[in-house]
Ligand binder design. Structure first.
Ligand code: DAT
Ligand code: MG
Length: 142
């Protein structure tokens, strides 16, 4: 087990449907602590840079439109195995395939509107946290 930090985004669908509180509570009840948090509206440039690995995919334009369609809540979660743990809490990318009780099953609707993002590896977690937060904005906890 390792103490890790991971980047989580509550996407525009879940923010617009007033699920911020339930999603944050889900993380906290699962033992992950929020050590940085902000609500922002992503610009096209920010969204592109964040999802650069997907440039050229057929769904990329839709993803850009969705991610810039309203405010998002960007947060750093901290805890034991936080990266994998958050992926488990989110469930599969397609909400229709996500395990019952996971965030995407509860709050997502379709693959292109799936409520939450979570870093998928230690390398992407480090990149994604630095993409949104200065190092001194991430509180040292746990
Ligand atoms: P994840 O968010 O589970 O890490 P991913 O990195 O493969 O999934 O894709 C990033 C986002 O892009 C995903 O949350 C939703 C969107 N997306 C992925 N595959 C898609 C598809 N086939 N159709 C529409 N949107 C898709
Ligand atoms: Mg991904």
């Amino acid at each position: 087990m390792a103490l890790e930090q991971t980047l989580s985004i509550i996407k525009p669908d879940a923010v617009g449907e007033n699920h911020i509180g339930e999603i944050v509570a889900h993380f906290e009840q699962a033992g992950l602590s929020i050590v940085a948090m902000k609500m922002i509206r992503l610009s096209r440039e920010q969204a592109e840079g964040f999802y650069a690995e997907h440039i050229g995919r057929p769904f990329f334009e839709g993803l850009m439109n969705f991610m810039t369609s309203g405010p998002v809540v960007v947060q750093v979660l901290s805890g034991e195995n936080a990266i994998q743990r958050n992926r488990e809490l989110m469930g599969a990318t397609d909400p229709a395939k996500a395990e019952p009780g996971t965030l995407r099953a509860r709050f997502g609707s379709i693959v292109s509107a799936n409520a939450v993002h979570g870093s998928d590896s230690p390398v992407s977690a480090a990149r994604e946290i630095a993409y949104f937060f200065d190092q001194d904005a991430v509180l040292l906890r746990n």
